[in-house]
Each structure stands twice: as structure tokens, then as C-alpha cells.
Design a protein around this ligand. Sequence first.
Ligand code: DAH
Length: 340
Amino acid sequence: MNDIKERLQNILGEALEQIKAETQDLEQIRVKYLGKKGDLTRVLRGMGSLSAEERPAVGQYANNVRADIEAALEKKKQQLKEYQLQKKLAEEKLDVTMPGEKFEIGHRHPLTLVRRELEDIFLGLGFSIAEGPEVEYDYYNFQALNIPPNHPARDTQDTFYITDKILLRSQTSPVQARVMEKQQPPIRIISPGRVYRSDDVDATHSPLFHQLEGLVVDTGITMGDLKGILELFAKTTFGEETKVRFRPHHFPFTEPSAEVDYSCFACHGKGCRLCKGEGWIEILGAGMVHPKVLSGCGIDPEVYSGFAFGFGIERIAMLKYHIDDMRLLYEDDMRFIGQF
Ligand code: DAH
């Protein structure tokens, strides 16, 4: 009997020692001593050799050993839990006095700013916005605008061809034809958007740029209406004192056609660096919609007349903000963009 008691005592001592030293896995200790195949169970199985009087005392003793080990395990479990909590709290300490992360708030690109301003002017005049595809048929980009194959006007608008019938539009003018095909007058639209030309990049050229097209078709529309609108546009964009000059020009889709200059807003016509001493700055192309273009789109030129105009949005932005290199508008350098 003393032999069994001694073994139980050893088991207790050993178990308590191990529990004390363990920092992670208490479960394997529990299994080792108290499990079905554990040390304690094995000793208890040997109780068969004891006499009936001895058994209860040894049984009691064994139960105490079990209870002591269980208590030690539970206590250690709580200690480890507390230790882990403290460790986590120390690691995740939040310093509310630390400087925060700064989020940069963006703003609209100068080209977008200008485009929206221009749109606002024309929306205020009762125009609505029409859109057309950038990947366009040769038909709309040229033929519907009275520019047949081999017409010399194509040379100045060389663009990127996808097939011989499909290209990247070289102007926003094809939107004119698309709108007129779908809608009978009165028509009063603007169409801003990207256009493409196979130009090399320099300070005033880019293979991708933006234009804004205007089209008005109704009964009794005259060149006076065109002048009125372009004058209003000039004064709103460049200042009250801006003057407008029409120079005769040729565009295949308008007749008569004009190139339109605005008096230089920097020197008011005296001549300066901005207007290259001219006193005038070329701003847009315009004219009365050619009868062939009207009839080609299903609008009767005997009943209706119209005017159209088109200009580059980059050019307006560059003049307005005194930007001397177009590339700045596309490079997205924050030192530049951040100024607007
Ligand atoms: N599409 C012409 C160009 O890109 C500009 C233009 C001229 C548009 C006369 C017009 C217009 O609507 O009437 O050079």
C-alpha cells in the first residue's frame, strides 16, 4: 500500500512541477497524468492487489491527488490567460496623441474645369449635350460632312485607322451628322469630347486632344445668330471687352465658313507676346451648315438652315490659365495639377 501511495505522491510532485514550468500546452499535461491511459489511471489499476481495508484509503488519496492536479491546471490556465491578455494590451496600446495619416483630397483636372465652364455657358443658352463615339465610321467623320475620299481636307486631319472604314474621330463634327440623322429641327446641341490626329507631340500638338462642337438648326437661322452666340461666348470666357473677328475660310461642311478670332485678352488688341503681336487670337472654326450636309442627314435645306462651330478645349484652357506647353495637361505632374 505504501508503495502505491509513494507512486501517487511522485506523480503529484512531478505533475505540479511540470504545470509550473509549462507556458503553452496544459492539455498534454492533463492527458499525461489524468487521461484514460494516464499515469494516475495506471496506478489505480494496480489497486487490485490491495486488501479490501486498504482500498478506500488509497482511493481517497488518489482522488485527492487528482483534485490537486486539476486545481493546479485550472489555476495555471487562468494565469496564462491573464498573461496573454496583458501582453496583447501592451502590444496594441493606442497612442491617441500620434499624428494622423493625412489624406490628400483631389480636385478636377484643369481640362475638366474648363470643359464644365464651357458646357455651363451653352447649357445656359438652351443647348443640350450630345455625345458621339470616339471610334467612328469614316462615313460620319468625313463623308457625311461633305469630305469624300481623296478630298484634300483629309490631309490636315490625318488620324488613326482601325480598318479603312473605321477610325478614331479626328474632330467632334461627326456628332453633327449623327444628331441630324436622328432628330428633325429645332436642334441646339454642343458636343465636347476626345479627338485624335496622327500628330507628333510638341508644345501645341498632341495625338489626343479635346474639342467642343456646336450645332444649331432651325427655320430662319442666319450668320447673325452665329455671331451673336460666339460673341456671348467670347465675353463670358475672356471678359466683357473681348471683340470678335470673322475671317473668310473654307470648311467643306459649312458654307460660308469662317475662322473666328477673339481680341487678345492680355493686351486688348495692342499686340503682345501671347497674341504674337497680332492683337487677335484664333479661337475657332465656324460657318453655316452646308445644304449638302443637311440634306444628306435627311433635313430639308429649303426649310431649315443652321450654323456650326468647333474649337479645341486645350487651347481655351492654355489661354485662360497661361499654360505655354500642352504636354503639361497630360503629364499629371502634381506640381502642375495642384495649382488649379
Ligand atoms: N472640325 C473642324 C476642325 O477640327 C472645326 C470646325 C470648323 C467645326 C467649322 C465646325 C465648323 O463645326 O463649322 O478643324
